[in-house]
Design a protein around this ligand. Structure first.
Ligand SMILES: Nc1ncnc2c1ncn2[C@@H]1O[C@H](COP(=O)(O)O)[C@@H](OP(=O)(O)O)[C@H]1O
Ligand SMILES: [Mg+2]
Ligand SMILES: [Mg+2]
Ligand SMILES: [Mg+2]
Length: 389
């Protein structure tokens, strides 16, 4: 990394080689001047005449994370937080994807929408987002289309709005996953995936605060220079990880351990998102010795894909329905690294049913060897919990 530029971006290249499929070509990163810290995703595709199109986008998220104002954080209808960075990130990704993929009918299943931003009291927030989006696009040399108006930004947020489903191609975006982690200064991820005929075929997971070394051991002092991971996976070709500073990508694999005593497990930092008592019971039953590693966002899938730990347990409280953007990119990152993700009954995760994952009770992720024992421990623990109520 160049010493004058302590900021960096990443670039993901994809192309569609077949008639439909979009194929990941590779990922590159490069350092940028200080003020332009961001994340860049480049996706391209082959047109019929063999010409490859490439597009990219970049977010200034690190900068925003450090300088969030109280007014930049709002509460959604379900009381979960959303920030100017979530909206801004979605507007930029959606704007660029739609603009650069004119040959593809643009369908995007994304977490945020513009409804709350259209209210009178949100006008200050909307101005901030518009400023952020314009700064981001300007730094990407898109001066010819700038500045976007507040209405342009609202339209961009809702671009291609779709519920996904079993047919066609749909992008799936969580513009900031782990917003609570983002607000705390902890882990968060930008998660983009592509569904083709109901299956996840491509996933990119950027984890700007994830250490490059294992997060399974607790007593590490991590220097700021040693964080920032990009995971990407394409169906049939494996999972790769690289540092956001542009180092060469390495192929990653889930832990090969068969011994639960050696396996540490991940779960949400937020107890409201996953029942910590239940995962504790499961881990104990399985014979896991290490304490849980609690981190926010799909960074858990990334960490698991490179073998930091061997198990991810997620048991939302009753009534919560999981959304596809919270899992699609992470799922393929783990699956292509040799892992398995199922619900608590052992059913594979089904991304073809629209915005929600239709699940039996929870999500469990591990390697092929540990899955049977884990599934047994999960089912016994669920029974025990139910009979104690
Ligand atoms: N009550 C709840 N139970 C389970 N998941 C929840 C939840 N409330 C919010 N979430 C989801 O949990 C995600 C974060 O997961 P994690 O706990 O692994 O960091 C959130 O993503 P966002 O931060 O993108 O909104 C949100 O979609
Ligand atoms: Mg959210
Ligand atoms: Mg999320
Ligand atoms: Mg989100």
């Amino acid at each position: 990394m160049n010493s004058n530029s302590n900021r960096l971006i990443f670039r993901v290249r994809c192309s569609s080689l077949g008639k439909r499929g979009i194929t990941l070509l590779g990922v590159s990163s490069r350092a940028l001047p200080k003020e332009l810290f961001g994340v860049e995703v480049v996706v391209g595709w082959w047109k019929g005449d063999g010409q490859r199109w490439i597009f990219w986008f970049r977010f200034g998220l690190e900068k925003v994370q450090k300088a969030l104002l109280q007014s930049d954080v709002q509460s959604k209808y379900d009381k979960t937080p959303v920030t100017v960075a979530d909206y801004g990130s979605q507007a930029v990704v959606s704007y660029i994807l739609e603009k650069e993929l004119p040959s593809m009918s643009f369908s995007l299943v994304a977490e945020e929408d513009s409804e709350d931003l259209r209210k009178e009291e949100a006008q200050g927030t909307l101005k901030r987002i518009t400023q952020l989006v314009n700064e981001t696009l300007a730094s990407d040399g898109m001066a010819d289309v700038l500045p976007l108006s507040v209405e342009d930004v609202l339209v961009a947020i809702d671009n291609g709005k779709s519920d996904g489903g079993p047919h066609g191609q749909h992008w799936v975006l969580d513009p900031i996953d782990g917003t609570k982690g983002f607000l705390r200064g902890d882990q968060y991820a930008i998660a983009l995936a592509l569904l083709d005929e109901g299956k996840v075929v491509l996933g990119v997971l950027a984890c700007p605060n994830l250490p490059l070394s294992s997060v399974a051991s607790h007593n590490q002092l991590i220097s700021k220079d040693d964080v920032g991971c990009l995971f990407y996976a394409q169906v049939g070709t494996g999972t790769y990880m690289q540092s956001l500073d542009g180092s060469k990508a390495t192929k990653v694999h889930v832990s090969a351990t068969e011994n639960p005593e050696e396996a540490s497990f991940f779960e949400s930092f937020e107890a409201a998102h996953s029942m910590h008592d239940l995962s504790g019971l499961i881990a104990k039953k399985l014979g896991v010795k290490a304490p849980p590693v609690r981190i926010d966002s799909q960074a858990k899938y990334g960490a698991l894909s490179r073998g930091d730990g061997a198990i991810y347990l997620r048991f939302p409280h009753k009534g919560y329905r999981e959304k596809i953007w919270d899992h699609a990119a992470g799922y393929i990152v783990v699956a292509e690294a040799g892992g398995v993700a199922t619900d608590a009954a052992g059913n594979p995760l089904d991304f073809s049913r629209g915005r929600y994952l239709d699940l039996d009770t929870g999500i469990i992720v591990t390697n092929q060897k540990l899955m049977p024992a884990l599934l047994k421990a999960v089912q016994e623990s669920l029974k025990e919990k139910a009979s104690s109520l």
